[in-house]
Ligand binder design. Structure first.
Ligand SMILES: [Zn+2]
Length: 72
């Protein structure tokens, strides 16, 4: 599990068993949820920051953070 930073204008969205960042209103282009580089939906790992694409990203309200899981 890892904390991910949100970025204004982007949402997190599940595609199959992976969760990517997408621009709000346009989910045809995938971005890495960690470094926000443009990547491919087929990527299992971001070629820029080398992190695995998580299965899920969820909001943790207790400390107001977003947590990526399933990317170990
Ligand atoms: Zn990345």
């Amino acid at each position: 599990m890892e904390i991910v930073d949100t970025r204004e204008g982007y949402n997190f969205k599940i595609f199959g068993n992976k969760t990517f960042a997408v621009v709000a209103g346009n989910d045809t282009v995938a971005f890495c949820p960690f470094c926000y580089s443009q990547i491919n939906f087929s990527d299992d790992r971001c070629p820029c920051c080398n992190k695995n694409i998580p299965e899920l990203i969820y909001y943790h309200g207790d400390d107001d953070t977003w947590i990526a899981s399933g990317n170990e």
